[in-house]
Write a protein that binds this ligand. Sequence first.
Ligand SMILES: [Zn+2]
Length: 199
Amino acid sequence: MTDPLPPKPRASKPPVRKKKALDYFHPEGLSLEELRQSDNTTDPAFLCDCMLGGLAKWLRAAGYDALWQYHADDSDLVRLAESRGLVFATSDAKIMERRVIRQGSLRAVFVPRGLSATQMLEYVAAHFALKRAEARCMACGGRLLVLTKEQVKDKAPPKAYARCDRFFLCARCGKLFWNGTHWTKITRCLDAVFGEGRM
Ligand SMILES: [Zn+2]
């Protein structure tokens, strides 16, 4: 619990502007393209099926990259997960019977139905013995870059700017985050799931 709290997992409502956040912030002195390339993924990283969007968000909060798309064909998802080496998370028992999963060329986890999103996270974390890691962007799973207050001057909403000292920029989607009451609640849930403080 020595580090500052991770970012508030809610996108900012930035002032009207034409450029995206990444066009404004160059916190490491990198070009826009270099900044995007500085994004990385995790091991394991997940692909959640259409029904598991909540799990994807919580996996990201716990520090694991997770893809999720609502309208997607099961076979396309299976192929994508296999080609990218992602762990496929599904609540569809029939998908678990597919040959690529049975033969082990695609790692997959069956997530029981009827669980809350945090219970799903707890289940998956236990299944893979996941440890809690640095929070990632809950919107897309990208790596979060720490920005100083000075770097978000005139960019962050006034209330957030006044209240927070550290801000976080997603290297993948460019959204700006900060600590807030919403994130405090999420942190408590993560504490309960992992039974530990933040790494
Ligand atoms: Zn993002």
